[in-house]
Design a protein around this ligand. Structure first.
Ligand SMILES: CC(C)(COP(=O)(O)OP(=O)(O)OC[C@H]1O[C@@H](n2cnc3c(N)ncnc32)[C@H](O)[C@@H]1OP(=O)(O)O)[C@@H](O)C(=O)NCCC(=O)NCCS
Length: 318
């Protein structure tokens, strides 16, 4: 077998033959780890080939079954320059040497490619309650960067909010509003941990978001009327989360710096929940950085409750 041996297992890059078993492993174990990028929709683009921006290795047992996987996402669409995110870093056995072997193999697999993992700040999220895995990551030199919460609320009593005079809400117009969408996101999120500069191509690429709500309401923009209307805020709401639950997923939600603190964030959140309700979603879900007290204050006051806590760990790989 072409790979690095570690005890009773062997680590090997994901080849075309191993791709189905690797994808199956991601789908089965994503939820124990962080399923943000291991759902069907997220794995679809790599079903045929992983490419240089998605280097991946698997841990194989002696009978050839996959018992661990490490997969990096290095695309600038996902990560800031110099950073990379793990799609998955998981073993069925919480064994530090197995994790170490996968990290070493991943670094070796990307040696000499344009987008290597060596020298990059690699990060991942793991459940706060996953004590054995957190202990392993800490043994491997990963440090806590931040905590992120998942919050959930019922859409039952939310109606479409009334807009103050001089403002209107409109679904994003394809081919026209992508740059304005990015400007608002990049302005509002500039100082928030984990933000990656958003480019119009990335907005266009994920256009499926609007389709999961009626009448293109999956991406709403708030405008201030004037001789030429000015976009000041936005919210996105997508269809069912990948774990099969019929829960709408809200985010990003953003209001331009100079327009914050005037009730527009609350208005956008209600508009997203109302769109979700009309789309048949009983509940909404969103995630927020632990230190974002302003957004957390807004969400709690709108009936959201914490249902998940994830810890972000990072380490420069050498
Ligand atoms: C979070 C955000 C969307 C809120 O929009 P906003 O227009 O500023 O918020 P609102 O004026 O509607 O305020 C809504 C509530 O937020 C809370 N809030 C606002 N400012 C706050 C502050 N400084 N500290 C704590 N809570 C605060 C309050 O509960 C407030 O309600 P109240 O005014 O009735 O007390 C906006 O500030 C923003 O774009 N921030 C940067 C991007 C971001 O953090 N997005 C969310 C990521 S999960």
């Amino acid at each position: 077998m072409d790979g690095q041996e570690s005890g009773q297992v062997c680590v090997t890059p994901v080849t075309r033959e191993l791709l189905p078993a690797f994808l199956d492993y991601c789908r089965r174990h994503g939820a124990e780890h962080d399923d943000s990028y291991t759902g069907d929709a997220d794995l679809k683009p790599i079903e045929d080939e992983l490419g240089e921006e998605n280097p991946s290795v698997v841990l194989l047992s002696l009978d050839g079954s996959v018992v661990g996987a490490a997969s990096a996402m290095l695309s600038p669409r996902v990560c800031a320059p110099g950073r990379g995110r793990f799609r998955i870093l998981h073993c069925t056995e919480p064994d530090v040497e197995r994790y170490r072997a996968m990290l070493d193999a991943l670094a070796a697999a990307t040696e000499g490619t344009a987008a290597g993992v060596r020298g990059r700040e690699m990060y991942l999220f793991v459940p706060e309650a996953a004590a054995p895995v957190r202990a392993i990551l800490e043994q491997l030199g990963f440090a806590v960067e931040r905590v992120s919460y998942g919050l959930r609320a019922s859409n039952a009593s939310v109606g479409m909010p009334e807009l103050p005079a001089g403002f209107f809400l409109r679904p994003l117009r394809h081919g026209e509003d992508e740059q304005a969408w990015c400007d608002i996101v990049n302005d509002a999120f500039a100082h928030l941990a984990g933000h990656t500069h958003l480019v119009p191509e990335a907005v266009a690429e994920t256009a499926f978001a609007e389709d999961s709500m009626p009448e293109g309401e999956g991406r709403l923009m708030l405008w201030c009327e004037g001789s030429s209307a000015v976009p000041i805020g936005l919210v996105e709401v997508r269809g069912p989360t990948d774990d099969g639950e019929y829960v709408a997923q809200i985010g990003p939600i953003a209001v331009r710096g100079g327009w914050q603190g005037r009730g527009f964030g609350r208005l956008l959140l209600r508009a997203a929940m109302a769109a979700a309700r009309r789309g048949g979603f009983e509940n909404s879900w969103l995630s927020v950085n632990g230190e974002n007290e302003k957004a957390i204050g807004l969400y709690l006051s709108e009936g959201f409750r914490k249902v998940q806590a994830m810890v972000c760990y990072s380490r420069r790989l050498d």
